[in-house]
Design a binder for this molecule. Structure first.
Ligand code: SF4
Ligand code: SF4
Length: 297
């Protein structure tokens, strides 16, 4: 079962919840560094916040494999090119331009669609990989871990998230707990992190800002993608009843409440997962998973 943990904005405790959920689902500590030992009880955790991945600070995985990722962009063979301009005509993204005796490619605009290569009458274009980031996988105790990291200055996170998912999520995940920690916000990288999920868990805080961003996240997850959603209210008790009233009106279940607690903030600042700092939360997160899994049946 694939669950995406998301929030309309950063700083709501999304990664705290995602990491604690994964650790609470894991079987008793075991060394799972041998890939052959993967079994359906080992949760798989993906940090999809490729612009600023930080779950590794808490899970402290041992990385076993790393790949460069990116997208194919055109490269022109000037011995064959006649500067006819056809490639620029077919490019919808203005990523290739033909000027006298030159063809210019703008990798940051290119979507890797391949149209220019297909349409070049001289077969003067071949594609080369433009590296935009890395994807990595390994183990954090009994939790299989994977993350993507986008290179500084690159504009497109979606291809990295897509390749990360394709690399590590099995085609038929069955009941294996798979948890995706989405980027903050509601833009395309978040949509890509939600695509294919069975459930979206939205972490918010009970303030007007939290409510504003929760509404946007619900619009994307439930209204656009048609996915079931549930809410975790973090720092419960700090604000007003706006989130509660909104969830009641929209028939969105509030599945868990985490009170404002100085010990949680201290654990976060030290890179200690919530369920390790406060083990009494382990059962609560396991129960959260059961409620989510139950909602699917
Ligand atoms: S379509 Fe091919 S031949 Fe024409 S300008 Fe582009 S690269 Fe050169
Ligand atoms: S691959 Fe597609 S987006 Fe990139 S330059 Fe060619 S036509 Fe344009």
């Amino acid at each position: 079962m694939i669950i995406t943990v998301a929030s309309g904005k950063g700083g709501t405790g999304k990664t705290t919840v995602a990491v604690s959920l994964a650790l609470s689902m894991a079987p008793a500590q075991q060394d799972s560094t041998d890939k052959k030992s993967v079994n359906p009880a080992n949760p798989l955790f993906l940090d999809c916040d490729v612009e600023e991945p930080n779950a590794a600070l808490f899970l402290k995985p041992a990385i076993k494999e790393r790949r460069e990722v990116g997208q194919l962009i055109p490269e022109v063979d000037f011995d064959k090119c006649t500067y006819c301009g056809r490639c620029a005509e077919v490019c919808q993204y203005h990523a290739i331009a033909v000027v006298p005796q030159r063809v210019l490619v703008f990798p940051e605009l290119c979507h890797g669609c391949g149209s220019c290569t297909l349409n070049c009458p001289e077969k003067a274009i071949h594609e080369v990989l433009h590296v935009t980031g890395t994807i990595e996988r390994g183990w954090a105790g009994p939790v299989e871990f994977a993350q993507g990291t986008m290179n500084v200055g690159e504009p497109m996170a979606v291809p990295i998230i897509r390749q990360l998912k394709q690399w590590v999520i099995p085609p038929r995940p069955g009941d294996r707990p798979i948890i995706l920690d989405a980027p903050p916000g509601t833009a395309c990288p978040v949509v890509e992190s939600m695509r294919g999920a069975d459930f979206v868990l939205l972490v918010t805080e009970p303030t007007p800002f939290g409510l504003h961003d929760l509404r946007l996240a619900v619009e994307v997850a439930r209204d656009e993608l048609g996915l079931p959603v549930g809410v975790v209210v973090n720092r419960d008790g700090v604000g007003d009843r706006g989130v509660d009233d909104y969830c009641a009106a929209k028939d969105i279940p509030i599945l868990m409440r985490i009170p404002l607690d100085r010990r949680i903030a201290e654990a976060y600042s030290e890179g200690t997962p919530l369920v390790e700092a406060l083990p009494e939360y382990r059962g609560r997160f396991a129960d959260l998973w059961r409620r989510i899994a139950g909602s699917k049946e």
